[in-house]
Design a protein around this ligand. Structure first.
Ligand SMILES: NC(=O)c1ccc[n+]([C@@H]2O[C@H](COP(=O)([O-])OP(=O)(O)OC[C@H]3O[C@@H](n4cnc5c(N)ncnc54)[C@H](OP(=O)(O)O)[C@@H]3O)[C@@H](O)[C@H]2O)c1
Length: 428
């Protein structure tokens, strides 16, 4: 057998202890598969005395993760602390500069600094891997960089924030408002310390930016992701969508259009009988469409100790075996600078309008939509009250610009009693 691969693990929280448990419990199997032992040389976390339920006595300890990254007895630095900047960024940069391979689960850091870090790692001839940063246990980075390497990718889609999917499916199954389920999720500890990272779509947006770079050979462009969270999704829309054969998901979609790279993370209607439409609770799904392979659907746990540690170990094992791929599937300096395209890919839309119950109101709406080039595919009324006439409309394929223009036109008719709702219907 070759020399062991010696890990330095910074961060011993949910994911870090999960990695320790796998390395400790599967040592023999890992060694057989890699042809060399995978060992832990030293670890780092904030508080040394904390009981983490795992035995750390055989490992060295560093208070400073940068010092860990530079240790002579560390070949591979595993960054599992989190945070866009701070010690995570400093220690990853130190590891690369010291010629160490790096594995991280940190999507926030890579979405912002991924390009520079990838260039530095490739210049230094070391690996920088991040399977765990996108959709937990699901091997979607491997699917794109390896399994689908011979495909031109048409579109990548994903439900990649388990908390949001949990909130949306729980609202539907328990007939609860967004606020009620948000409070429930908070009490259960499902939300990040800053919940807007989850419900605001930012965490999922980080992941989409990383997937797009690999799928389309472009520089990571988190600023180019159009992001809308789930805060405004109402139980009314979830239930009306369901009655029309759809479910609402926080869906990430990336595709190359004639106007540039479109990256969207927003609530969308998807057909209830599609794989995305059937996704329940905190499960994640990544859908990749390649020109030769067609559609590939990957589904699994997007977070948690075991699932995330599983993905970290996939990267560790590749490095132990000597398997190398460029960080984003092609040399980082060759990644293209694609313009960010907004509202380029057309789609049908779901509209919910609460109108004054007066003769001619509907005709005014239809004419305002028509003047913006938005044509109606289906329309129905529901829950008719004395003074209000709620109307649901499914449009033919159009653009979000046309919808915005049309709704501005509807506003001027004076027949709206409430703010209109417009949600894209993604054909999946
Ligand atoms: N949890 C998941 O399901 C999941 C899924 C996918 C990706 N990720 C990513 O994985 C990373 C880790 O997440 P996690 O859930 O395991 O986080 P966590 O449970 O909060 O653990 C963070 C760890 O980092 C340590 N740490 C924080 N600041 C440090 C510093 N300045 N120096 C040394 N150690 C420091 C903490 O030390 P103490 O324990 O001493 O406080 C803790 O052990 C993040 O990038 C996250 O986005 C997590």
């Amino acid at each position: 057998m070759s020399d062991p691969l010696r890990l330095g693990i910074a961060g011993l929280g949910t994911v870090g202890t999960g990695v320790l448990r796998i390395v400790q419990s599967h040592a023999e199997m890992l060694a057989q598969r890699a042809g060399r032992a995978v060992e832990i040389a030293a670890v780092s976390a904030r508080s040394r005395g904390k009981d983490r339920g795992v035995d750390l006595s055989a490992y060295g300890w560093e208070d400073d993760p940068v010092a860990l990254a530079r240790r002579d007895d560390v070949d591979l630095f595993v960054e599992l602390m989190g945070g866009e900047d701070g010690p995570a960024k400093a220690s990853v940069e130190a590891a690369i500069a010291a010629g160490k391979h790096v594995v991280t689960a940190n999507k926030a850091m890579l979405a912002i600094h991924g390009q520079a870090m990838a260039e530095a790692a490739e210049d230094a001839g070391v690996a920088l891997r991040f399977e765990a940063a996108v959709a937990g246990a699901i091997p979607c980075i491997k699917a794109l960089t390896e399994g689908l390497a011979g495909n031109r990718i048409r579109r990548v889609m994903g439900v990649m924030n388990g908390t949001c999917n949990y909130i949306l499916t729980r609202m539907e199954s328990a007939h609860l408002s967004y606020d009620a389920v948000f409070d429930e999720a908070n009490a259960l500890g499902y939300l990040e310390a800053d919940p807007t990272l989850d419900v605001g779509g930012i965490d999922a947006g980080h992941k989409l930016a990383l997937l797009s770079a690999i799928a389309f050979g472009t520089r990571v462009d988190f600023a180019g992701v159009e992001i809308e969270g789930i805060e405004r999704v109402s139980i009314t829309d979830i239930e009306q969508a369901r009655d029309m054969g759809y479910r609402i998901k926080l869906l990430g979609v990336a595709q190359m259009t004639g106007r540039g790279l479109e990256q969207r993370m927003q609530p969308c209607l998807v057909p209830a009988d599609s794989p995305l439409g059937q996704l329940e609770n905190a499960t994640n799904m990544v859908v990749i469409e390649g020109d030769a392979a067609g559609q590939i659907v990957l589904r699994g746990a997007g977070a948690g100790e075991g699932p995330t540690a599983s993905a970290v170990m996939a990267d560790v094992m590749d490095i132990a075996r000597g398997f190398r791929v460029p960080v984003f599937g092609q040399p980082a300096r060759t990644l293209a600078e694609a313009p960010a395209a907004r509202s380029a890919a057309p789609a049908p839309y779901y509209l919910r309008l609460t109108l004054e119950d007066k003769p001619g109101a509907l005709a005014k709406v239809a004419s305002a939509l028509g003047e913006s080039g938005v044509s109606i595919n289906r329309m129905r009324q529901y829950g008719h009250a004395d003074t209000a006439a709620p109307v649901l409309i499914v449009t033919h394929t159009t653009t979000s610009d046309a919808i915005a223009h049309a709704l501005a036109g509807v506003e001027t008719t004076g027949v709206l009693l409430e703010e209109p709702v417009a949600i894209r219907i993604e054909e999946v």
